[in-house]
Design a protein around this ligand. Structure first.
Ligand code: CP
Length: 331
């Protein structure tokens, strides 16, 4: 994967995805402590706030022997209308790779287009740290967390993803990337949402094509209880706690809040001991009850920690010297 842009999940093939996850596991366990980023400089350009992504990338670079530099939206000449193209060309002359978060809630797709323009005009790898459409780095950490829980059984487990927002109103990045990852790896996933809150059909079609080759099973249902019943893990994508423009959308979500929240009775429908996942940020009493988020089944802080290990492995393979070798271990 050396030199590769990572803008979305399909920038990996299944073996590359497994290879990153296997390296992340070796790094987390301490079996691989090689300073893969010695002498490298990582730029972090965040147009939107971030806690997990930003800090975990900073720490990842430092732990691998590299340096990192973080920029906000007002700190580069982009704020004075210097073009994305020129910015990309200039930063390519200083940095080893660039991690970019770019989305615009008022203009769905604009962040995604700008990120892709930046990659086209960069001679260094560009990594998507969340745009309007995908969040591959979060999904690497989620997969690592699920592998830790299920091991080799993961491809035979069913994971439910639930949300209640429309792709035209807020970034559905985690869901699109989760869908594509499951399709690449041959997993069984159920996507549950209220009517009218469907994912972008381009991603659904792409995933269905990939699933045809991998044997993945992708289900879409409009009833949370039906989705969760008998499932092996329940994943909530934040949809209520992130404040949005658009009064109509907000009122629609507020009407859904009570019947589209993951509660203890909802979790009781899942398989015994099924874990709860949530990429955060999220608010107790909105997408889920506090008893679920803070309960014994919750893996939310493992997920957050795994951002670090997964991104270390990704950086090591994209700009470092780590070999990209597929592992036969669990998906
Ligand atoms: N999950 C996630 O991407 O968190 P941040 O927005 O804090 O980076």
């Amino acid at each position: 994967m050396l030199g590769r842009h990572v803008l979305g999940m399909t920038d990996f093939d299944a073996d590359e995805l497994r290879s990153v996850l296997s390296l992340a596991e070796r790094m987390k366990s301490g079996d691989d402590t090689h300073p893969y980023l010695t002498g490298t400089d990582l730029g972090l350009l965040f147009h939107v706030p971030s806690t997990r992504t930003r800090v975990s990338f900073q720490v990842a670079a430092a732990q691998l022997g590299g340096r990192s530099y973080t920029y906000g939206p007002e700190e580069l000449r982009l704020a004075n209308n210097e073009t994305v193209e020129d910015t990309a060309g200039v930063l390519s002359r200083y940095l080893s790779a660039l991690v970019v978060r770019w989305y615009d809630m008022a203009d769905y797709g604009a962040g995604h287009r700008r990120l892709h323009t930046m990659a086209e005009h960069s001679s260094i790898p560009v990594i998507n740290a969340l745009d309007d459409e995908e969040h591959p780095c979060q999904v690497l950490a989620d997969l690592l967390t699920l592998r830790e829980r299920f091991g080799d059984e993961l491809p035979r487990k069913r994971v439910v993803y639930t949300w209640a927002y429309s792709s035209r109103q807020k970034t559905p990045g985690v869901l699109h990337s989760s869908l594509l990852a499951a399709a690449l790896l041959g997993h069984h996933v159920t996507f549950a949402h209220p009517p009218g809150f469907e994912l972008d059909e381009r991603y659904v079609k792409e995933a269905q094509t990939l699933a045809g080759a991998s044997g993945a099973r992708l289900d879409f249902v409009e009833d949370m209880a039906e989705a969760v019943r008998g499932s092996d893990a329940v994943y909530v994508q934040s949809w209520k706690s992130l404040r949005l423009p658009g009064q109509h959308e907000w009122q629609a979500r507020t009407r859904l809040a009570d019947r589209w929240r993951v509660t203890e009775p909802v979790m009781a429908l899942a398989a015994p001991g099924a874990p709860f996942l949530d990429c955060m940020p999220s608010n107790r009493g909105e997408e889920m009850d506090a008893e679920v988020k803070d309960g014994p089944r919750s893996l939310i802080f493992d997920q957050a920690e795994n951002r670090l290990h997964a991104q270390k492995a990704l950086l090591a393979q994209v700009i470092g010297s780590a070999p990209s070798t597929a592992s036969a271990s669990a998906d």
